[in-house]
Design a binder for this molecule. Structure first.
Ligand code: HEC
Ligand code: HEC
Ligand code: HEC
Ligand code: HEC
Ligand code: HEC
Length: 441
């Protein structure tokens, strides 16, 4: 029997034992939970290991110091502790009677699930390694991704670390070349989330990349997210300071920045936050075209996705907010039209042009609760390599106007901050991704 098969068999036995519990009569609630567990997409091969089987990132940091520093600030390190994740997770647990506890944890606390420390949902059984989200030893011991969705990945923790080289010698571990680690499907295992019962794609970053122009050109997630900054592709040096590390023309960086500059700043990682802002600014360009007609001023804003390998926004777009802010002034400098501005309480004009995705729940209402997603209720995003246009017809008399448009991005909504975080006067900031002004005569 192969190692993998043995582990799979073990998993079935362990799962069986867990489902059996202490025996005796089941309450209706318990059998509901069991049903939910059976519905969850976690495959039979999902293996329960022992605490300690996955090494703590600080062990790796002893030699891979720079990588450890970059990863520590990354959103991967905070995937469980993240203050925007926790309230959403606990609400899901409450509203589904625990059916999502392990499902969400599979991605946000992958080690904890694999070593059997989740549930309970509050993380009270977690050890230090489990708390550190998506960590070194989780990623570098994945041996196979069965399907790039809902973490259908096989873990084989142990002395053997899997990486992009294969020509390496390390005093601490064995190494082997893993093509999988250079493949976007490795990321897609988590950056593609399918609702287990309705089949709605909650997160579609991988599928979207696969269908787009970047996949065709062979430009991977790793090419953009594991390199220094937009426009700087190489990070020369050695990946380890102890042992016989070789000099490389590029050592894969582990900052994994997306757009979460607000959260990164809150967590005290300014360098990461600046990189995230730079990343956001590299993604989009705006152009404006306007003319005065009999109907008034006709203004067309075009937003182009010039830098992202997937739609912008991507990922949890139902939690993020991206929109157009438009200001039109007349010759006298008086503001004659606004759209997408924020009010005194930092809420965005609800009539703005929004780029995001929202779900539809069982009652046909729009929702940003991923666990209620029965389908897609709203989806307007700017495709990779593509653009989106909006024409504003502005009632105005005059012959000359100045129009300024900004594409803005928020990690979360002000409403969510007010609801979820108890701190007073906390304001979510808007990052300017692009800005353009024209004068129309
Ligand atoms: C005692 C020092 C030391 C420790 C501790 C250590 N490594 Fe390494 N590791 C190295 C050296 C040296 C290399 C070779 C680097 C090179 O030549 O490019 C390496 C290479 C690697 C590679 C690249 C493998 C390849 O061929 O692509 C990975 C992945 C890796 N280590 C992961 C880890 C992880 C995960 C941990 C913690 C569980 C860890 N390392 C702990 C020294 C160490
Ligand atoms: C989200 C998954 C993930 C996490 C977490 C992660 N890595 Fe990696 N790591 C990768 C991937 C993927 C590559 C290969 C990138 C490529 O092909 O360019 C890589 C590359 C490496 C390399 C080889 C670098 C090179 O270019 O020679 C080392 C060493 C390494 N990682 C160590 C670590 C250590 C140490 C940590 C924790 C501090 C860590 N990794 C955390 C996914 C991860
Ligand atoms: C085990 C699951 C898992 C794997 C594998 C994984 N990620 Fe992630 N990734 C996550 C989770 C969960 C988050 C969100 C953490 C949070 O914000 O709470 C995340 C966050 C990110 C972010 C930050 C997004 C932001 O909002 O700023 C980037 C960028 C990213 N991942 C890229 C990658 C790339 C590239 C790979 C492949 C090399 C990869 N990830 C592999 C689970 C994973
Ligand atoms: C051509 C470069 C490029 C490629 C390829 C690429 N990305 Fe991105 N990615 C970006 C840029 C630029 C942003 C910032 C814009 C944004 O956040 O929407 C971004 C943002 C993100 C975010 C943060 C989304 C958010 O705002 O919350 C995640 C997560 C992410 N990428 C994951 C991936 C994964 C996974 C892949 C591969 C399947 C990938 N990216 C491929 C450039 C790229
Ligand atoms: C298959 C993997 C996977 C599963 C399962 C999953 N997530 Fe995530 N989650 C991600 C990834 C990847 C990101 C980062 C996307 C981005 O930054 O745009 C993320 C980001 C988030 C964020 C945003 C955090 C931030 O930094 O702003 C929240 C909140 C969240 N997830 C909640 C949940 C909840 C609740 C569940 C269960 C109902 C869940 N997730 C299940 C992969 C997953």
């Amino acid at each position: 029997m192969t190692m993998k098969k043995t582990l799979a068999l073990l998993a079935i036995i362990v799962t069986f034992l867990i489902l059996q519990g202490c025996g005796g009569q089941q309450s209706p609630q318990e059998s509901d939970r069991e049903q939910a567990a059976n519905d969850s997409p976690v495959s039979e091969e999902e293996v329960l290991f022992n605490p300690g089987d996955f090494e703590d990132p600080s062990v790796c940091g002893g030699c891979h110091g720079e990588i450890h520093q970059a990863w520590s600030g990354s959103m991967h390190a905070a995937a469980w502790t993240n203050e925007l994740y926790q309230p959403d997770y606990l609400l899901a647990a409450q509203e589904t009677d625990g059916a999502t506890d392990v499902f969400c944890g599979e991605c946000h606390a992958p080690v904890a699930v694999r070593v059997g420390q989740l549930p309970p949902v509050d993380g009270s059984e977690f050890d230090d390694t489990s708390r550190q989200g998506v960590s070194c030893d989780f990623c570098h011991t994945v041996s196979e991704v069965k399907e790039p969705v809902n973490v259908q990945s096989i873990s084989e923790p142990g002395r053997l670390k899997r990486g992009p080289r294969g020509d390496t010698v390390s005093p601490a571990h064995d190494t082997v070349f893993s093509e999988l680690h250079t493949d976007p499907a490795f990321c897609g295992a988590c950056h593609n989330v399918r609702h287990p019962t309705s089949g709605t794609m909650v997160i579609d970053t991988y599928d979207d990349w696969l269908d787009g122009p970047y996949a065709e050109e062979g430009i991977t997630c790793q090419n953009c997210h594991m390199t220094p900054t937009p426009g700087v592709g190489k990070n020369p040096g050695k990946s380890a300071t102890i042992g016989d590390a070789q000099e490389r023309d590029h050592v894969a960086t582990h900052f994994f920045v997306g757009g979460s500059s607000w959260t990164l700043n809150r967590r005290g990682y300014e360098e990461h936050a600046q990189m995230a802002e730079e990343n956001l600014r590299s993604a989009a360009e705006l152009s404006l075209d306007g003319q005065v007609t009999a109907n008034g001023l006709e203004l067309t804003v075009t937003a182009e996705n010039v830098g992202a390998g997937h739609a912008i926004p991507t990922g949890v777009t139902y939690i993020r907010k991206m929109w157009l802010e438009l200001t039109v002034e007349n010759e006298q400098g008086e503001v004659v039209y606004v759209s997408g501005h924020t009010d005194d309480d930092n809420h965005v004009d609800p009539d703005a042009v929004f780029y995001r995705k929202l779900f539809i729940d069982g009652d046909g209402n729009q929702t940003s609760k991923s666990w209620l997603a029965e389908g897609i209720g709203y989806d307007r995003r700017i495709p990779a390599g593509g653009s989106d246009s909006e024409t504003y017809i502005i009632d105005a008399v005059g012959s000359s106007y100045t129009a300024t448009v900004r594409l803005l991005y928020r990690t979360t909504t002000q409403e969510a901050l007010n609801n979820h975080l108890s701190e007073e006067d906390l304001e979510i900031e808007s990052v300017e991704m692009a800005k353009e002004t024209i004068v129309i005569n």
